[in-house]
Design a binder for this molecule. Sequence first.
Ligand SMILES: [Zn+2]
Ligand SMILES: [Zn+2]
Length: 298
Amino acid sequence: MLKRIAERTNRIGRHLPTSGGLTKTLQRAEGLGCETLQVFVSNPQGWADPVTRPDAAAFATGARELGISPVVVHAKYLINLASPNAEHRDRSVRTLVRELAAAGELGADLIVVHSGSHGGAGEEEGLARLVSSLKRVRELAGSNGRVPELAVENSVGAGTQLCSTFEALEEVSRRAGVGVCVDTAHAFVAGYDLSAPEGAREVAEELREVLGGRISLLHLNDARNGLGSHRDGHRRIGEGQVAEESWTEVFAGLPGVPVVMETPYGTPEVDLEQVRLVKQLAARPPSGCQTRRDEYRI
Ligand SMILES: [Zn+2]
Ligand SMILES: [Zn+2]
């Protein structure tokens, strides 16, 4: 019987550490078969600025040679562009500008930043602050040299966090002229039901309708905590609340959107298997299609 080969349109990769040097990061990405890659350019939990890395230019060239695209940088968690505290907001803007510069040195295409918290000022005011901070970051970053695109990530909606809905993400994206990054674990605990394929198909449809071409990146993570719990926590694909078949629906609904996994590290074998699994899930036909799964391979 004729074997049919499904077309996979989503590029798949993962977040990787840089602590052993950027050359090692690239070797690891290559070993895992990563087509995309995400790194930090500084300690995400502290305010220390990114340091100039002597291996930055070699990393940029190496990633290009390996065909890794996009190269993504995740900005510090401490940044809150929506803070009601002017000093914290200003510090966040300046810090993000420095992270953008460091990301540019790595040849990054995209920098992902959290949407932040309004801190009690209310959602409307928080969104307005986030939008004006993002515009300021772009002004200060200028257009000299290579400046990565900005993407705002959805939150789990804990406390006063902004952008746990696709509508709020769309508003920020439109008003600030930036892209968005959709984290599937965040979306799930914020109330978007990906647990079974039918729900996942609807969520993917909603994503496409509300955000469409604004989606720069998908953070592909399974969720540790329950639907609507607003509690963050990532699990490996297939080990959390989301059925494996759900991911196929997500990919089918978002063709071409690049993917970065931020799942917990395992052994090298486990990490390799995760990348392989996601590539397989992205290559399968969605459940609406009657073709038998085993006729497909990546
Ligand atoms: Zn994030
Ligand atoms: Zn994320």
